[in-house]
Design a protein around this ligand. Structure first.
Ligand code: ATP
Length: 513
């Protein structure tokens, strides 16, 4: 555990030291769970967005993208259920004064039971070797069955109590299981209360005439309320999708995991509108498509798993998360939800406007059903960043820190490094920079030893370093160093554009989906 925490601390300090992520308002001691992206972070984030946008909008003939406003009519959040039901159950520890999500305390308790079950399975796998039948062991071993049954009982009691708003029972469950504040061990809890996660603000000049507004807690509603505008102007028939990337705001109760859970964050959402009755097959299709999109990044198939929801949100008839193995364990990265006609129907009711589609094949009007894919951009950033950050011991015993980002996502594609400033090497380097800058984001650097400059580029994930030396002046070749293999080869300057493009083009990712 301590080791995991160290890895995470190292990641946060690397992100800061190399211009990826800074605490917001740092000179004023920061603002809790709000972060700023620095020069390299902004580039990486923008490249992740491009990968998503290209895969969803550019590569699908029947998906279009929009950019709706953050402020929306307040009745939208009544219709969507957020005013009444976008709550988290919170509980305070009276001794440590720390605030927790009651459901998360219970889920973490269950995760520990699951860890115990996994340990039993691993032990048995070692003991039985090749003869080990995992499935048989899981279904017959007393301890594993007991751990799993206990988890089920806890989670279903919690789900039932939350649904019935029986918060006293949620507290009783925490007390019965003797769950303690993980930091202090104290079991002195307050009652459980519901807490609405939406941030409120006001529109208008004077206090009396001002309208109460919310900062949107999800981007999806901007898509729903524009459904007919987009359908009519794009002339798409069902099934078709609307995609959007944008900021969302949630007043999270507990936000202690860096950019995993923020109060201001970005979502990349796509709502796919389908004829009623076909939603579950599209839901299965999108689950697989979205997993493939993640897998194409090459972070390792073992780092992903589906978690199918047993307790469904009020609007869904099927839901699953794609979970990723973060430094602190498997956690939700993306949600895929079959949202039925809940949202459009609610907006029809609250706005009094028809939000129906005329299906010429069925010869009928209906409210479309919706399959949603929703991924957090910052969470995805954390997944990619944490998986790519590596400490390597080299053959000569020295160490290097390398950020082995998928090349298409790297903030800087190539660094141009004249061996020295004089003798015309700097001018030659600038010439290459000015020629390639139309195609790639690059860095030009002529200070420090070449070894130091290589290490700095490794640390921000630059796939190529281009070194200019005296030979370059006469034979017009440069040394090209590969970030991952650290191999250096001599290549003609005239080939640089092609070589960099071959490695860093989005095509490499998109063609694998
Ligand atoms: P969680 O259970 O972790 O609170 P959620 O189920 O409320 O997440 P959704 O409402 O389904 O999340 O939002 C879709 C995606 O938006 C999530 O999969 C996640 O990647 C991202 N997301 C949600 N809340 C946050 C947050 N506070 N900070 C960063 N990303 C978030």
């Amino acid at each position: 555990m301590a080791k995991q925490e160290d890895v995470f601390k190292k990641l946060i300090s690397h992100a800061k030291e190399y211009g990826f992520i800074f605490p917001s308002s740092e000179i004023y001691d920061g603002l809790s769970a709000i972060y700023d992206y620095g020069q390299n972070g902004a580039e990486l984030k923008s490249n992740i967005k491009q990968y998503w946008w290209k895969a969803m909008v550019q590569m699908n003939e029947n998906i279009v993208g929009i950019d709706s406003a953050i402020f929306m009519h307040p009745t939208i959040w009544k219709a969507s259920g957020h005013v009444d039901a976008f709550n988290d159950p919170l509980i305070d520890n009276k001794d440590s004064k720390k605030r927790f999500r009651a459901d998360v305390l219970l889920e973490d308790y269950c995760a520990k039971l699951e860890e115990k079950a996994q340990k039993e399975i691993e032990k048995a796998a070692k003991r039985f070797g090749d003869a080990f039948d995992k499935n048989e062991f899981e279904t017959t071993n007393g301890r594993v069955i007991e751990y799993r049954e206990k988890q089920k009982t806890i989670l279903s009691r919690m789900a039932k109590s939350l649904e019935n708003e029986d918060l006293a029972d949620v507290k009783a469950l925490i007390e019965e299981l003797e769950i303690a504040d993980p930091d202090t061990g104290s079991k002195n809890w307050t009652d459980v209360r519901q807490f609405n996660l939406m941030f409120g603000t006001k529109l208008g000049a004077s206090a009396d005439s001002a309208t109460d507004l919310y900062l949107r807690p999800e981007t999806a509603q901007g898509i729903f309320v524009n459904f007919l505008n987009v359908q009519k102007t794009s002339r798409h028939k069902l099934p078709f999708g609307i995609a959007q990337i944008g900021k969302a705001f949630r007043n999270e109760i507990v936000a202690r995991q860096f950019i995993f859970r923020m109060r201001e964050f970005e979502q990349m959402e796509m709502q796919f509108f389908v004829p009623p009755g076909t939603e579950l097959s599209f839901y299965e299709e999108w689950k697989q498509k979205r997993l493939n999109w993640h897998l194409a990044l090459g972070l390792g198939a073992d780092n992903y798993k589906f978690h199918d929801h047993e307790k469904l949100a009020h609007y869904a008839n099927a839901a699953a998360d794609i979970e990723f193995k973060f430094p602190f364990g498997f956690k939700e990265l993306e949600g895929i939800h079959s949202r039925t006609d809940f949202d459009l129907k609610a907006h029809e009711k609250f706005s009094g406007r028809k939000l129906q589609y005329f299906d010429s094949e069925r010869n009928e009007n209906y409210i479309p059903y919706v399959v949603e894919t929703s991924v957090g951009l910052d969470r995805l950033f954390l997944a990619i960043f944490s998986n790519s950050l590596k400490e390597e011991v080299l053959d000569d015993g020295s160490e290097r820190t390398v950020l082995s980002l998928p090349p298409a996502l790297a903030p800087v594609k190539a660094a141009i490094l004249p061996l020295m400033k004089k003798d015309g090497l700097a001018e030659y380097g600038e010439k290459i920079f000015n020629d390639l800058k139309f195609d790639f984001n690059m860095i030009y650097e002529d200070k420090d030893s070449i070894g130091k400059r290589y290490r700095r580029q490794d640390a921000i994930g630059t796939p190529f370093c281009i070194t200019i030396d005296h030979d370059t002046l006469t034979d017009h070749t440069v040394t090209l160093r590969d970030r991952d293999t650290m191999q250096q080869e001599r290549v003609p300057v005239a080939d640089l554009r092609r070589i960099i493009d071959e490695k860093t083009n989005f095509r490499n990712l998109l063609s694998k989906i």
